[in-house]
Design a protein around this ligand. Structure first.
Ligand code: HEM
Length: 506
């Protein structure tokens, strides 16, 4: 009797197991057919239910996989992030057709990804519609006014450069760790614009915020960011992507404190910085139904803060890595800088027009730095067509900016560091169309002007004063960047020497 009962139980368990297996297979098969590409959609690898193409991609070396897919499927192809299809744009022609020719159709932002959840649908970088338009216009106008105002943007940047020079002078004759030096400078420059304040390099506010910003730019679009975007079921689990949310809460808190302090100390109509300008604007608009609000201001600051710190700093870090290891390029820039500036006390942004080689060097640095390789993803705002394919409204668009910066048909030296990529036969500075590190179209980086000014003033001032040497003990330089929303070079040491007054860098 007992053995009959055990047998019966075993049979029941086996039947239940088979039934569960049957249902799982059924659901997977159902999903497999449901994740079929829409009609005339760009081709791509076959997605797996639930995971999409996640398991077929190397998330640590994603750019290499995206390049291989482009060789197989063409300049416009699609991949699945979980169940969501995403169209990847490769090379100048596809990006120009989408981002420039059809700027309106391709200027949206996707919904439901980690980057949206971090910004809670507010701010400027990840919003669309009237909120995005109003805030983008306001930022562009305010930044333009600051460029002319007192102190001018140039004066704010030169003020910060003074502190970099002091730090390097202390380290002349030695090697120093530049990892945080340029982040601190970039952070302080954006802080003088947003809150009219700079922070000492030892300041806890500055150090904590830089740590949170750099951690987040590695998580977003990195391995854990992709897992978050692809597998919604895992989002509430205590996995490493939770760190990005923790960091964001901390940055938000420090920005909200800045807004409160400004509300107490401001004189309406006499703005000192962007926060004051925004508060004036809020008062002017009153209850007219506009998207300006104190809560929105915090997310707005957060976007500018985030977008303006890690980008310029990592470009500068890349610059010194290449300048140290290409002394011929460094010396040619120093010679040009000496000739153009002569006895002049400080460089000004206007001087760039007389420095074609230095301009070419800076652009070449931006090309190889490839700072924002995949841009924050876009989305289509309506049903549209691109290079013969149908792309429905709301599709995620991944502009592979990286692909254009090394496209073989567009560059004289696509795979080497060579400022001649930006010089014509007469030695004049020229900018090829495929140079899009700031992206293009309606979403083009709104801090481009500020970033270009920072890069020029910082690089010229430092090259004029110092010679940078790759430390002997540092071994072979590694140029492979660490992937994330923002590329950064691997840590290295900066060898610093003071230049003499007649030194041409030789
Ligand atoms: C070398 C430095 C920089 C690079 C390479 C860079 C690059 C980019 C790229 C590729 C985008 C994405 C555009 C798109 O979605 O297609 C972007 C957006 C943006 N950048 Fe920059 N950026 C830099 C510096 C800055 C600075 C200094 C600021 C601060 C004012 C800034 C503020 C922004 C903002 C707010 C957006 C979002 C624009 C929008 O969605 O409308 N960036 N940037």
């Amino acid at each position: 009797m007992w053995s009959f009962f055990v047998k019966l139980c075993r049979t029941a368990v086996t039947m239940l197991g088979s039934a569960i297996l049957f249902w799982i297979s059924f659901i997977l098969l159902f999903l497999l057919f449901r994740t079929k590409r829409p009609k005339n959609f760009p081709p791509g690898p076959r997605p797996i239910p639930i995971f999409g193409n996640l398991l077929q991609l190397d998330l640590v070396d994603l750019l290499n996989d995206l390049r291989k897919l482009s060789e197989r499927y063409g300049k416009v192809y699609s991949i699945y992030l979980g169940r969501k299809p995403a169209v990847v744009l490769n090379g100048l022609q596809a990006m120009r057709e989408a981002l420039v020719t059809q700027s309106v159709e391709f200027a949206g932002r996707p919904k439901g990804l980690m980057i949206n959840h971090l910004s809670e649908g507010k701010g400027v970088g990840m919003t669309d519609g009237p909120m995005w338009k109003e805030h983008r216009r306001f930022a562009l106008t305010t930044l333009r006014n600051f460029r002319m105002g007192k102190p001018s943007m140039e004066e704010r940047i030169l003020g910060e450069i003074f502190h970099i020079v002091k730090h390097l002078e202390k380290n002349a004759g030695k090697s120093t760790d530049p990892q945080t030096l340029f982040h601190k400078a970039g952070f302080n420059i954006i802080c003088t614009v947003l809150f009219g304040t700079r922070f000492k390099h030892e300041d806890e506010f500055l150090q904590l915020n830089i740590r949170h910003i750099t951690e987040n730019s590695k998580i977003i679009n990195g391995l854990w960011g992709m897992i978050y975007d692809t597998l919604p079921l895992l989002r509430t689990l205590p996995l490493p992507f939770q760190k990005a949310f923790q960091n964001m809460r901390m940055i938000r808190k420090s920005l909200a404190d800045q807004v409160s302090q400004h509300k107490e100390s401001r004189v309406p109509g006499e703005p000192r910085d962007l926060i004051d300008c925004y508060l004036d604007e809020m008062e002017k608009r009153g209850d007219d139904g506009s998207s300006f609000s104190e809560n929105q201001l915090v997310f707005y600051l957060l976007d500018l803060f985030f977008a303006g710190t890690d980008t310029t700093s990592n470009t500068l870090l890349t610059a010194f890595l290449y300048l140290m290891t290409h002394p011929d390029v460094q010396e040619r820039c120093q010679k040009e800088i000496n000739e153009v500036l002569g006895e002049k006390e400080q460089v000004s942004f206007q001087d760039r027009h007389r420095m074609p080689y230095t301009q070419a060097m800076i652009h070449e640095i931006q090309r190889v730095a490839d700072t924002v390789p995949l841009a924050p993803f876009h989305a289509t705002t309506k049903d549209t067509r691109l290079m013969g394919y149908n792309i429905p409204k709301g599709t995620i668009i991944i502009p592979n900016l990286s692909s254009g910066l090394s496209e073989e048909s567009q560059w004289k030296f696509p795979h080497e560091f060579n400022p001649s990529n930006f010089l014509n036969d007469e030695g004049e500075f020229v900018k090829p169309e495929a140079f899009m590190p700031f992206s293009a179209g309606f979403r083009v980086c709104l801090g481009e002007g500020l970033a270009r000014m920072e890069l020029f003033l910082i690089l010229v001032t430092l090259l004029r004063r110092f010679k940078f040497i790759w430390p002997e003990e540092a071994g072979v330089p590694d140029y492979t960047p660490v992937f994330g929303l923002i590329h950064s070079p691997k840590p290295y040491k900066l060898g610093v020497r003071l230049r003499g007054s007649g030194d041409l860098g030789a």
